[in-house]
Design a protein around this ligand. Structure first.
Ligand code: GRF
Length: 204
């Protein structure tokens, strides 16, 4: 399975996925390309250090469809089967989503459908929930909405602020994203409505 990873910033989830591919935790796979919409994304250097090809496709004031079309063409050039969004800070156009139906995944730092959008960890602290976490889901045309692949809980402590909660969720994100991509790469799943079913549930 050839993986393309889209980033805009730090790229720690990208590093976790790439390492897991390289050490065989995610078997029979390759990170074919890391694409950033920001030329200064710190994740780009990290990808290069891991020996992964990087491409920068900046928006340059173009309409979303035009920008996305260039990204799609890069992904196709690299024969990408699965697109992982890892801190990619732009909504995808419908045409991008349609080009890779059920082959784009994202990680979000809350237990969806709670706390969609930006600053999910701050939203969780301010709302006063006692448990938050992270969600890996397929990407559809709505923000933070597609079918859920995996979720992991993280307790919200009385002492937490948005930063400390983000740090603890991020550690769990890395494990959860790797596990989700490993499951997807095994191909042993089916999507039934909004439900992603794995293993023994797949036959039914
Ligand atoms: C993560 O918290 C991820 O859930 C969210 O953006 C952040 C990206 O972090 N979508 P990194 O760039 O992977 O370090």
């Amino acid at each position: 399975m050839k993986i393309g990873i889209l980033i805009s910033g730090r790229g720690s989830n990208m590093v976790a996925i790439t390492r897991a591919v390289q050490d065989g935790t995610i078997p029979n796979s390759k990170v074919a390309v890391v694409i950033s919409d920001k030329s200064k994304a710190p994740g780009l250097g990290k990808a290069r250090d891991l020996g992964v090809k990087t491409v920068v496709v900046t928006r340059r004031g173009r309409p979303r469809e035009e920008h996305d079309a260039e990204i799609v063409s890069e992904l196709k050039k690299h024969d990408v089967d699965l697109v992982c969004l890892a801190g990619y800070m732009r909504l995808l156009s419908s045409s991008f989503v349609r080009e890779f139906t059920n082959r784009i995944v994202n990680i979000h730092p809350s237990l969806l459908p709670s706390f969609k959008g930006l600053d999910a960890q701050r939203q969780a602290v301010e709302y006063g929930v006692k448990v938050s976490g992270c969600t890996v889901h397929f990407v559809d045309e709505e923000l933070d909405h597609g079918a859920i692949i995996l979720q992991r809980p993280v307790e919200v402590l009385d002492s937490d602020d948005a930063d400390t909660l983000s740090e603890r969720i991020l550690r769990i994100e890395h494990e959860t994203y790797v596990e989700a991509v490993r499951l997807i790469s095994g191909g042993d799943f089916r999507i039934s409505g909004r439900r992603v079913l794995f293993g023994s549930a797949v036959g039914g």
